[in-house]
Design a binder for this molecule. Sequence first.
Ligand code: ATP
Ligand code: MG
Length: 579
Amino acid sequence: MSNESRNSAPAPASNFLRGIIDSDNAEAKYAGRADSSGAPLPAVITRFPPEPNGYLHIGHAKSICLNFGLARDYAGRCHMRFDDTNPTKEEQEYVDTILDSVQWLGFSWQHGNQDHLYYASDYFDRLYEMAEYLISAGHAYVDSQSAEEMAANRGSFAEPGKDSPFRNRPAAESLDLFRRMKAGEFKDGEHILRAKIDMASPNMNMRDPAIYRIRHAHHHRTGDKWCIYPMYDYTHPISDALENITHSLCTLEFQDHRPFYDWILERLTEGGFFRKPLPQQYEFARLNLTYAITSKRKLLQLVEEKIVDGWDDPRMPTIVGIRRRGYTPESIQLFCERIGVAKADSWIDMGILEAALRDDLDEKAPRAVAVLNPLKLIIDNFPEGETVACSAPAHPHHPERGNRSFPIGKELWIEADDFMETPSKGFFRLTPGGRVRLRYGYVVECTGCDKDGNGNVVAVHCDYFADSKSGTEGANNYKVKGNIHWVSAAHALETEVRLYDRLFSDPHPDAGGKDFKAALNPDSKSVITAYLEPGTASANADDRFQFERHGYFVADRVDSRPGKPVFNRIVTLKDSWAK
Ligand code: ATP
Ligand code: MG
């Protein structure tokens, strides 16, 4: 983005997180810090910390826009970090697609000439060292209860937990056991390292939470080096502190984890591992989008049961799906700006996402004509074999973008529903004896139609008025109420068009444990052969158009071939779902 366009962009809407950052900045809370090499650190450092165990979805986009957006607006930086502490569920494939999606959304973890891409697994040595310290300082112990005993002794919301019989074993004994856990002497689940906090805490997360467990599993980055792995709640605050994060933003369900986040960092600061000011966790409401699901498990089910055509199916709420559908990164950013961030969960209507797309594409997308449900129109008095060039603006509000040109001939394709043999009241399009303007072409008068043996209309006939061409003086002599679009049958691009709609017809497909598969929209995809304005044949993958009267379409990034694009409908011109 140039400086000029940045300055003219509207100021971002205020929200409670900006309020927090503003007041932190006012008291210079994170000012004057330096990294381990002495380089000055910005006063705002955020991070986006996905677990590489699935594809990113629209909910993640909110977190990405928030974290990278705040860093950008406050001249700070945002770290891209993989929270890869769970060896069995993570794969390189996910790392690759996540990086690709974040970049596509328009963000970068490059700051100056430094690459701020991190992996929690790179901290395994440090995390281990800190765990040994916590044991020595009496803040952690190895518990040797079985998983069942531990669960039983954890208590409930109503009842305090019970101390483990191993809770007061000497630090030296815990340390010895922890080292032997690391050395691989024990099986999965035989021992576990726990923080020593308070088994009676009203906050279950403070009842001696696990911080290390035995897991004999191969890790996608550290291989077989480790057979003990740190827990997420232990790893996260430490990763934040190691990276000098200032504002650690997460979704509301982590609110109850915040006391442990602070507890760990306080203990380690006492141990000399960190210095104040420490990173602080803040929670915001996750994005819940109507007519969509964002549970990774359920999305996987849609893919595995082939209910959709893969992770990048244009109906999927995944970033790869939304991208293939034809959404622009700018429209997603606009959507995230508009919905803002709040401290209470709510539902955002899918219509808001679609409106952001329309607002973005209305300006950008060149116009073109497409006939989706074709019916032949024959201009009987048009000279056989001849064509006349017609032209239309590439964009109605931007004459500087020039004109497009396409021929008109004797045989055209029009939309079947632009003709009615017996018109209903208020129908101003083609009907025997009636006149319409062929958009950008001539005025024609309908003379009748041909039918097949079953009475279906197979062609419509008309005569044209040679002096009525759009853009010529004679055009004004004809007053017609209807204006229909068309393409020349001899010149049109005949190609596949996929008409996508919402995947679910229920606004809350999986609310309250409902079977989301029962809420699938049976009309979420239909594949047709359409006739398009000839110029669209040169569209490249990802080129977007407004097909006049129909909506926004994109040349599919997977199936389009040179000279033969295949189009996806991104969204209709109007919201047909609004009540
Ligand atoms: P998991 O259950 O596997 O942890 P997750 O959806 O939390 O799934 P992560 O990869 O851990 O996935 O998420 C990365 C970041 O994206 C987290 O900071 C998380 O809070 C945020 N995030 C995930 N889903 C949403 C959502 N619907 N709205 C806003 N932020 C989200
Ligand atoms: Mg998560």
